[in-house]
Design a protein around this ligand. Structure first.
Ligand code: KIV
Ligand code: ZN
Length: 390
């Protein structure tokens, strides 16, 4: 393991409780939100976006309570670009050891048309609302929603205004999951080069997964200079979801050789929080989901199982223990070979002679053809049956 302590730090901003909870059907109870927030705080998340305080009394109460409970994470609330939202947000987050106000407005042509503001009027609104937030709190994040579909000149102009008004973090959202890795990187690079004052703030990347590129786009933004990644556990989020926290964090850990950035996340806590978020949100994790899927560290085919038994690096790029699992799983099925069967039987306490194993293997294959997975109890019954008929 290489020493990463001198590497640039990437802040992890988790929005499971705000953008994640916005997914239709993912609503969590007050107590569930507090429990998830405590787990995020404990695993080393730098900033927790705890909710949208103006949205409901429930959201306000959850954000206020989380603000009081957090030990180390900064606690952030979302607010639209108006004083009422911002004041309500501040009322909720002000209890935190490190509060943050996150205010946003849609800046692309499509989004500008909704409040029917001219470019100049919107620029003025941004200056006023960010200044107002900054008068309340010294930690202000500003987002130009739909940044990736905003004209570059206008994006540079409004980012400069937000910085002048006091924003300390500038978040660049790919609201509809439209960008691609090279473009994501170019956009951050362009802002860092063109916007006066850009070097004095943190740039964040906030990607959605509509085209399945959220993680790649976030990592590309980091390589271009973004130092905060916004993400959710299990990639929970509207439509195809947000960038998955576990993917970004593990990619930076496993490929630290080519992406030398450190995070403060205790990765051994990933699996437990993933399972808890799946349970409380009601959004099951797909079996083959990277990092946290049931099959992410499971190998059924004979060639893979044989390789894994000899050297786990043959078919795994990270250790299951690093994400909080006890080990690799070698489920037995019709694709499994004799080596895996022998290893499993040994684990179960059966030490077989070669001819006995040969016979058991034939019976096992016949059973595996009928069943998707052969469990320990099936194997024990098979061996006992072999012994009785021998
Ligand atoms: O996707 C988005 O644009 C957002 C903003 C509110 C930051 O979630
Ligand atoms: Zn979003």
């Amino acid at each position: 393991m290489n020493d990463t302590s001198s590497q640039p730090r990437v802040l992890i901003f988790d929005t499971t409780l705000r953008d994640g909870e916005q997914s239709p059907g993912a609503t969590m109870t007050h107590d569930e939100k507090l429990e998830i927030a405590a787990a995020l705080d404990e695993m080393g998340v730098d900033i927790i976006e705890a909710g949208f305080p103006i949205a409901s009394e429930g959201d306000f109460a959850a954000v206020s309570e989380i603000a009081k409970l957090a030990q180390t994470s900064q606690i952030c609330g979302l607010a639209r670009a108006n004083y009422k939202d911002i004041d309500r947000c501040w009322e909720a987050v002000k209890h935190a050891r490190a509060p943050r106000i996150h205010t946003f407005i849609g800046t692309s042509p499509l989004h500008r048309a909704i409040p029917n503001l001219t470019m100049d009027e919107m620029a003025e609104r941004i200056f006023e609302t960010v200044s107002h937030a900054r008068n309340l709190c010294d930690n202000v994040q500003w987002s130009p929603m739909d940044a990736t579909r905003t004209e570059h000149d206008y994006l540079c102009r409004v980012v400069e205004i937000a910085i002048k008004a006091g924003a300390t973090t500038i978040n660049i959202p790919d609201t509809v999951g439209y960008t691609a890795p090279r473009e994501s990187a170019d956009l951050i690079r362009m802002l860092l080069e063109r916007v006066p004052g850009a070097a004095n703030v943190i740039f964040a990347t906030h990607c959605h997964n509509d085209l399945g590129m959220a993680t790649a786009n976030s990592l590309a933004a980091v390589e271009a200079g973004a130092r905060q990644v916004e993400c959710t556990i299990n990639g929970l989020g509207e439509r195809a979801g947000n960038t998955a926290l576990e993917e970004v964090v593990m990619a930076l850990k496993v490929r630290n050789d080519i992406m030398p950035y450190q995070t403060a996340i205790d990765t051994t806590k990933i699996m437990a929080i993933s399972r808890r978020v799946a349970t409380v949100s009601g959004f099951a994790v797909q079996f083959n989901k990277a990092i946290v899927g049931k099959n992410a560290f499971a190998h059924e085919s004979g060639i893979h199982q044989d390789g894994m038994l000899k050297n786990r690096e043959t078919f795994e790029v990270m250790r299951p223990e690093d994400v909080g699992l006890s080990g690799t799983s070698l489920p037995l099925g019709k694709h499994s070979g004799r080596a895996a069967l022998r290893a499993k039987l040994n684990d179960l306490g059966f030490d077989m002679a070669d001819n006995q194993l040969k016979d058991t293997f034939v019976r096992f294959k016949a059973l595996a053809d009928r069943k998707k997975e052969v469990f320990d109890d099936d194997l024990i019954a098979l061996v006992q049956d072999s012994a009785a008929t021998a």
